[in-house]
Design a binder for this molecule. Structure first.
Ligand SMILES: Cc1ncc(COP(=O)(O)O)c(C=O)c1O
Length: 386
């Protein structure tokens, strides 16, 4: 790619695209990319159709339609007792992806440092590079994907500007505990850093493990940008509606960048999502309990296949270790898996600066219909006999 700026050259293709092409070519069940294969709530779909038919088809306001911003504020109050001002402290974005990109571009100068954890969601590294900033990663280690507090402390310097946190965490399924969040918060305060927290899986936690937003910790609301995604919460990943909230001056800074990325998106989807956010508690409970059941269904197949399973506390991904099967390279196995058993997955090492600790880890998505997961589990179970 001779024309591509140097800082983006390491990011020319994503493993999701490569594995999805492989899955399509081989007819494998695609558990690589994390998108649901069923639609979100019927009322949400109907509301979007109604919005299109009633003419909500031009540019919405740059910060998002008022109904959605007020619904976001109500949602944050209802679930977390947070109280963002819908007019000055919320911003609707083109998915969480744009919220992440705009935050990093708005809040870091070239040469500033972003502390994040690895493995990390792939857009983090690309956006940090695009901003000309440097990433400092802290490893999350199996089996529980905890971090070493000393390594976290060592990642902070006088150039640290942002801590980019993701909880519940993709790919590991880890939900950061209060004690861990407190350690991160203390360091962010000590270094006057802003915490950008990607909470797109906020409603997808299991076994009663609570999601704790960083902004709810003492003194953190004023230095935290909280990011969510309608795509994840309402199973409409193609709509690309996300949002963030944070202290007014920080939100204004991010908005200044966001307006020149997409300006706005998804006019008719925004009022529909506003209604969906007010869905009763049962919707949110069933989302989590339904996914927990799917997690257990897939985990059973993976264990039967001889893989070591790290049962996730949240998200819709399971990380496994393929070493017990005699494989010493997850990347290589992922290229062969469709042909071996007709299932596609992604290797965890591609989400790391240091691939060594994750060399034999492979991620499977379980946000799929029960019949698809049952078939995938049966196929994976055959790995034991290969
Ligand atoms: C951790 C994380 N952040 C952000 C996103 C992107 O969200 P959106 O589709 O709303 O841009 C994803 C999607 O997989 C994700 O896993």
């Amino acid at each position: 790619m001779p024309y591509l700026v140097e800082r983006m050259r390491p990011f020319t293709s994503t493993i999701f695209a490569e594995m999805s092409v492989l899955a399509a070519r081989t007819g494998a069940i695609n558990l690589g990319q994390g998108f649901p294969d069923t639609d979100g709530p019927q009322s949400l779909l109907e509301d979007a159709v109604t919005a299109i038919r009633s003419g909500a088809n031009q540019y919405p306001p740059g910060i998002g339609v008022a109904e959605l911003r007020h619904a976001i504020a109500r949602h944050q109050r209802r679930f977390y007792d947070l109280d963002p001002d819908p007019d000055t402290e919320t911003l609707v974005t083109a998915g969480a992806t744009e919220a992440i990109a705009a935050s990093i571009l708005a809040l870091t100068e070239p040469g500033d440092e972003v502390v994040t954890f690895e493995p990390y969601y792939d857009s983090y590294a690309a956006c940090i590079a695009l901003a000309g900033a440097a990433r400092r990663t802290v490893p999350l280690r199996k089996p529980d994907f905890s971090f070493d507090p000393a390594e976290l402390r060592a990642a902070f310097t006088d150039r640290t500007r942002i801590v980019l946190l993701n909880s519940p965490h993709n790919p590991t399924g880890k939900v950061f505990a209060r004690r861990e969040l407190e350690q991160i918060a203390e360091l962010a305060k000590a270094h006057d850093a802003i915490v950008v927290t990607d909470e797109v899986y906020e409603h997808q936690t299991f076994d009663g493990v609570p999601h704790i937003p960083m902004a709810t910790l003492a003194g953190m609301a004023e230095r935290t940008v909280t990011i969510s995604s309608a795509g994840k919460t309402f199973s409409v990943t193609g709509w690309k509606i996300g949002w963030l909230h944070g202290q007014a001056q920080i939100t204004a800074a991010v908005r200044a960048v966001k307006q020149f990325l997409t300006y706005v998106n998804g006019g008719p989807f925004q009022p529909a999502i506003a209604n969906a956010l007010d869905l009763p508690d049962e919707f949110y409970q069933q989302l989590a309990s339904g996914l927990q059941r799917k997690r257990d269904l897939l985990a059973q197949g993976l264990r039967a296949g001889g893989l070591e399973v790290f049962l996730p506390q949240g998200t819709y991904f399971i990380v496994t270790d393929v070493a017990p099967l005699g494989y010493d390279d997850g990347v290589e196995l992922c290229w062969r898996l469709p042909e071996l058993v007709g299932v596609a997955a992604v290797p965890v090492a591609v989400f790391c600066d240091d691939p060594e600790p994750s060399r034999t880890l492979v991620r499977f998505a379980f946000c799929k219909r029960d019949d698809v997961l049952t078939e995938a589990a049966e196929r994976l179970a055959k790995l034991a006999t290969r």
